[in-house]
Design a protein around this ligand. Structure first.
Ligand code: HEC
Length: 358
């Protein structure tokens, strides 16, 4: 980690934060979307089931009384007087509309008047459960994969005396009914008894697919925004922090290596940093002043050192001369010179030792 550059470190940290954000946010969002989709599917089912119940009610209260006389006199049975028939027919019409082909409606019973209403194993189990537990609405999924369907089921009771006109015994039922449907099913029912399960099937895949599409769209937008943010922060970091620090770092390097940096002090690179009014700009101004001071002081110091060296050289030379003058050899030499002069009767003037050495 310590060898990473500032921008790589920033990118890694931000990517980490964004990744966690996307994972947590994405999971939460997907759960919420799924919940919404589930609600939407259930709402569709409830709506359709209520509509079918309304159709049944309409037939019982409006159509059947109107046709009661005709039905009694007619040789042929008039199925339009039957609530179950109208509900099934209305739903068949509904299914012919595009996009609703996979929806299903059924009034499933164990021994039906119309064989189409024969309950399958799943529906029989539901009906048994409703009878034994006297439970209300049931909902959930049946099947798997593409064939998976969401269902909402309600118990269907014999709610009125009028139902018994056709559903008690074959003897009591209209002859035309027996002629059309036979006497095998739809009999032996009692008032208030749960005899069928009214069930609606809604294909959930479309709603979930739509939720998935929404999820992907929103997530892509998020990821793009995150990626752009990382790029932008990187660019800003480079421009506002890394570049100025590099300029100051280069200058500091030169100062520490005692290279000539006077041209850098007036260069455009440093000027671009000192011209800024932020913290790094202030730092650069202080740094520039400091560097200029260092430059001036080093110059002065070098000059003083030069003078000091000259002085030391002089002192050293003088010391050497003194050493030579004070040496035994020199004294000996002087003595001999004096003696020689005396012998020759020459002058007493002895030339200064300095001159002789020069
Ligand atoms: C005029 C006779 C008649 C009356 C009244 C009548 N039904 Fe039926 N019922 C039928 C016939 C006929 C069918 C079969 C219709 C079809 O789907 O073709 C049927 C079907 C049903 C079904 C579907 C299961 C099956 O047996 O096929 C249920 C549930 C049902 N009736 C309940 C009722 C209830 C509850 C009432 C009272 C509100 C009622 N019926 C009134 C004749 C009648």
């Amino acid at each position: 980690m310590s060898k990473l550059t500032l921008s790589t470190r920033f990118t890694l940290i931000l990517s980490g934060v964004f990744l966690v954000g996307i994972l947590v946010g994405g999971t939460t969002y997907w759960r919420a979307l799924q919940g919404k989709a589930q609600e939407q599917i259930a709402a569709q089912g409830t709506l359709l089931l209520n509509t079918m119940s309304a159709v049944r009610g309409y037939t019982s209260t409006h159509v059947k009384p109107l046709l009661a006389e005709s039905l009694a006199q007619s040789e042929h049975f008039i199925p339009e007087t039957v609530p179950a028939f109208s509900a099934r027919t209305v739903f068949e019409n509904f299914r012919t509309q595009a996009g609703f082909e996979s929806y299903l409606y059924k009034e499933a019973t164990l021994s039906p008047t119309n064989p189409l209403d024969q309950a399958d194993d799943f529906e029989s189990a539901l009906l048994q459960k409703m009878i034994t537990d006297s439970s209300g609405e049931e909902s959930g999924y049946r099947g798997s994969g593409d064939a998976r369907l969401f269902y909402i089921a309600r118990p269907l009771k014999v709610g009125a005396e009028s139902c018994l006109e056709c559903h008690t015994t074959p003897e009591n039922a209209p002859a035309s009914l027996l002629a059309t449907y036979g006497d095998k099913g739809g009999f032996g029912w009692e008032l208030g008894q749960t005899i069928a399960v009214q069930i609606i099937y809604v294909p959930p895949q479309k709603v979930f697919d739509a939720a998935w599409q929404t999820f992907l769209l929103v997530m892509s937008v998020f990821i793009i925004i995150f990626a752009l943010t990382i790029l932008l922060i990187n660019a800003l970091l480079r421009h506002y922090v890394i570049q100025p620090v590099k300029v100051l770092g280069g200058l500091a390097q030169k100062i520490s290596a005692d290279e000539n940096f006077s041209s850098d002090l007036e260069g455009s690179a440093l000027h671009s940093v000192t011209a800024r009014v932020d913290e790094l700009g202030n730092l650069a101004q202080v740094f520039k002043k400091m560097a200029a001071d260092v430059f001036a002081r080093t110059g002065k110091l070098k000059e003083q050192v030069q003078q000091l060296i000259i002085k030391i050289d002089e002192i050293r030379r003088k010391e050497q001369v003194t050493a030579v003058v004070e040496s035994e050899f020199f004294n000996d030499l002087q003595k001999r010179a004096t003696e020689l002069r005396k012998r020759d009767g020459g002058s007493e003037d002895v030339p200064p030792p300095d001159e002789e050495i020069k």
